[in-house]
Design a binder for this molecule. Structure first.
Ligand SMILES: NC(=O)c1ccc[n+]([C@@H]2O[C@H](COP(=O)([O-])OP(=O)(O)OC[C@H]3O[C@@H](n4cnc5c(N)ncnc54)[C@H](O)[C@@H]3O)[C@@H](O)[C@H]2O)c1
Length: 389
């Protein structure tokens, strides 16, 4: 720990009570955050900001947040200790850098940024200032995936050897009124949905060493389907179908598919095979769901049906905002948080390498690595007040 970080940690642990939160970016996903953050006693949402100040004011009214205004006004608010950055991917790092410059910790929606250099610069700036960066997805910290990871670590299927993930459907233009950013740099099925699946795989298998991928784009343009901009065409700047083979430092392998070109929907599939069976996690984009384990049939039958065992989720299901709560508690207690900027940078590095491999037709080595991802303490109640008054 550097002296700046030690001073910052000492300053933080001297503070008590709920941690002040300011949200920048009050679009579609902000409701899911506000639903939870306004109910966790260990945080207090004190300010909302957006380029669209009227939208921020509307959300502040709906959720009883005392202040709303411009992004700069959130950064100038002394009560804000963590900025939750729910802007679009191209703005993630610029807004986060502004937050760090204003002396705030920052939690960012996924992906951390749109290229490695800007994400590395952000982590360096935060480190120098003794401030924290936490990054979504935090659905992976919720009881669904955490229960799966706990059983995996306990050896329920033996050492994990290989995995398959599948995320394919028609695309987020089915439900998002402003979908253009989801098909621009920083979006696409890989960078938009990949963080849920790749973060789960890295949590289960450890860091990735190399990837080999293919990819394609079925349509050069798409059309807004709902909301005030319905009918407007927008360009598709990303791969909309990706298949990749991922090799972990451990020597294990995974096969992953991300597609917005499939009318057939298959979402949330994460299958992990060890010598003693296959573990199926619940959907990593959701907070809940049971873990299923399939064991080899003992004898031949027509259907080749495995023997199933179900493991119910353990812990309190919340949803988005749980990772920011984990970081807020960590700040007060001087303990690390789980969804770190370093983990998000490694996940971004893997996803960009998949894009690069698909373009070059070659294996791409991953330059970054990450420490083993700790499990979340599932006995800790998110709805308990644990930080004093
Ligand atoms: N919509 C979802 O279902 C969903 C789910 C999970 C994660 N996410 C992630 O959440 C983030 C936001 O997605 P969304 O769907 O809420 O998008 P959105 O377009 O509905 O909202 C984004 C908001 O950010 C504001 N904004 C953009 N640039 C800004 C800037 N520089 N400063 C301040 N405000 C700025 C916009 O005015 C807008 O109100 C994205 O990273 C997305 O990947 C979205």
């Amino acid at each position: 720990m550097s002296s700046t970080q030690a001073e910052a940690a000492a300053r933080e642990s001297a503070r008590r009570g709920p941690v002040g939160i300011g949200i920048i970016g009050t679009g579609m996903i902000s409701n899911a955050y506000l639903d939870n953050l306004t109910r966790f006693p260990d945080v207090r949402v004190v300010a909302l900001g957006d380029l669209n100040e009227a939208l921020a004011a509307e959300k502040a009214g709906a959720y009883g947040v005392p202040f709303s205004g411009s992004p700069a006004s959130v950064l100038a608010n002394d009560e804000v200790e963590i900025v939750i950055n729910l802007t679009i991917p191209v703005a993630h790092v610029p807004v986060a850098l502004d937050a760090i410059a204003a002396g705030k910790h920052v939690w960012i929606e996924k992906p951390i940024g749109i290229n490695r250099e800007e994400a590395q610069a952000l982590l360096a700036a935060a480190d120098a200032a003794g401030l924290r960066v936490g990054v979504a997805p935090d659905t992976v910290l919720n009881p669904g995936i955490q229960t799966a990871l706990r059983h995996l670590a306990a050896g329920v299927v033996g050492t994990p050897i290989t995995a398959r993930t599948m995320m394919r459907y028609s695309g987020p233009d089915l439900f998002h009124p402003n979908p253009a950013f989801l098909f621009a740099r920083g979006g696409g099925p890989l960078l938009d949905m990949g963080p849920y699946y790749v973060t789960t795989l890295v949590s289960a298998f450890g860091p990735v060493s190399k990837v080999y991928a293919t990819g394609s784009t079925a349509k050069p343009n798409r059309t807004v389907k709902l909301g005030p901009n319905a009918g407007q065409a927008f360009p598709v700047d990303v791969l909309t179908h990706v298949d990749a083979l991922v090799t972990f430092e451990s020597g294990a392998n995974a096969q992953v598919t991300f597609s917005n070109d499939s009318p057939l929907a298959e979402m949330g599939t994460v299958e992990i095979i060890g010598a003693d069976g296959m573990l199926l996690t619940p959907d990593p984009n959701h907070a809940d769901g049971a873990t299923r384990v399939a064991r080899h049939p003992q004898e031949y039958s027509e259907k080749l049906e495995p023997n199933w065992e179900d493991y119910p989720e353990e812990g309190t299901v919340t949803g988005r905002g749980y990772g920011a709560l984990d970081m807020a508690r960590g700040i007060r207690e001087g303990l690390p948080h789980v969804a770190t900027g370093e983990l998000a940078l490694h996940v971004l590095d893997i996803m960009l390498a998949i894009e690069e491999s698909a373009a070059a037709g070659e294996v791409v080595a991953i330059q970054s690595t990450v420490d083993p991802v700790p499990l979340v303490d599932h006995k800790r109640d998110p709805f308990a007040a644990t930080l004093g008054a």
